[in-house]
Ligand binder design. Sequence first.
Ligand code: C2E
Ligand code: MG
Ligand code: MG
Ligand code: MG
Length: 292
Amino acid sequence: SIKKQFDQSVRFFDEELLYVLEKQKYIVDNIDRAIENDEVKVYYQPVFSTETGKLCGFEALSRWIDSKYGFLSPGEFIEVLEKYRLIHKIDVHTVKRICQDIKRLKDLSIPYVPVSVNLSRLDFELCDIANIIETEIKANDIPRHLLHIEITESVLTENTKDLREKIEFFQSQGYEVWMDDFGSGYSSLNVLKDYNFDVLKIDMLFLKDFESNPKSKEIVASIIEMARKLEIDTLVEGVETKEQYDYLKSIGCNKVQGYFLGKPRPFDKKLISFIAKNADSSAARIKQIVPP
Ligand code: C2E
Ligand code: MG
Ligand code: MG
Ligand code: MG
């Protein structure tokens, strides 16, 4: 009967909701323990230059490998950690791990490759993230131009003077600041006017219907042309096919990232030998040398 079906779907909904809420509570209660026990890992996804066809860096992406829930992706824990104002715990841990990993490459005499870290707007409120980054960079003797900071477009919408000053401070020190998820938010163009980003990361949403919707192709081409006029480098994320790669190269997109080029991987022997084989040492292009 309809009533029975209804009761069943309500119960199913309740169970789903309960599961999600329990998981969120678990995340909040266990974040410290997970970081301490090294269950929060940094995975690295390669970034390729379309100009050289070579590896030119990585993006650091967090993964939580939990004894109870198994493999947790950022989609499951970033938002809840932001909600409970705990996100800086992951980001501080990630910055430390990135610096240690770059140091390991250095000790192995493998060419440097830059790494981008995703910061949350809240990191600036919840801790002195700039100071923490400086400390880690100095402790591991890493040139600042090897660490890029990704800030997502949506956090820049309320154009506060404070955040702009912090971004400008990072850049004056020699870090690159990249705008993430461009095109997915509301005030993209306004933000381009007010900040000087080193790289614009164009959201993968335009690639979703790339083959079927000619408008998507034109939009991406227009963003890239505009960025070129503003002297900002471009990167398209979520590149999954050779056709997409070839098109992006043909319209002058500088960098690409996506499953076609490589999935995020842990920092292990395989990754180290991949870097040794593919790294283009000139990728750590020095815009401005500021000693650590
Ligand atoms: P994002 O910074 O825009 O990262 C790109 C996301 O796209 C990653 O998802 C990556 O795994 C995924 N991706 C890359 N290539 C492809 C592709 O070809 N196809 C598809 N379908 N997906 C692709 P992930 O790792 O799940 O991260 C999601 C978001 O969570 C990130 O988006 C970033 O905003 C946030 N995030 C990840 N790690 C951290 C972190 O340590 N701290 C903070 N604050 N945020 C993080
Ligand atoms: Mg990112
Ligand atoms: Mg992105
Ligand atoms: Mg994204």
